[in-house]
Design a protein around this ligand. Structure first.
Ligand code: SF4
Ligand code: SF4
Length: 145
């Protein structure tokens, strides 16, 4: 699961906790030194595999059928990243919401693959909030499909 631009008040409010599709879709590759067998790495190296001298990827994400080894739970229902605080950079950089409050279009594309509804636009989107005043994210997770 990626890092949302906004912090959600509870896990139940975080749409990623009910999705996880991106963790079963992409090859999660990153610079080798992000792994914790490098001096300042943080990703558990035992959960990674080498791609080339410069890159590693999360185990489980380098085949035709992908599911990151760190993902627990049932995709499209309830999931969790077992190494959330140690996840690699691609997982931190893939946003569920863009800075203007619009959902990441790729998220909605991925969510549709497992029958999840598209994410709603957040009220901070300029069209809804011309003054740019930050408001709270939704208090309810998206309804089930
Ligand atoms: S490390 Fe965590 S956030 Fe990244 S793909 Fe794996 S389960 Fe998902
Ligand atoms: S596809 Fe989007 S909504 Fe689903 S877990 Fe990944 S970042 Fe979250």
């Amino acid at each position: 699961m990626s890092t949302p631009i906004l912090e959600f008040a509870t896990d139940a409010n975080n749409p990623c906790m009910h999705c996880g599709v991106c963790c079963t879709h992409f090859r999660i590759s990153f610079y080798w030194a992000e792994a914790d067998d490098a001096p300042s790495g943080w990703v558990p190296a035992s959960l990674t595999e080498p791609l080339n001298p410069w890159l590693r990827c999360m185990k489980g994400t380098n085949g035709k059928t992908r599911r990151c080894i760190a993902l627990t739970g049932t995709v499209g229902q309830a999931v969790r990243c077992a190494i959330y605080s140690q996840r690699p950079s691609p997982c931190r950089e893939f946003p569920v919401y863009l800075e203007d409050g619009r959902p990441n279009p790729k998220c909605n594309e991925l969510r549709a693959q497992v029958g999840l509804p598209p994410l709603p636009e957040l009220p901070i989107a300029p069209a809804n909030d011309p003054d740019g005043t930050p408001t709270e994210p939704p208090t309810e997770p998206p309804a089930a499909a």
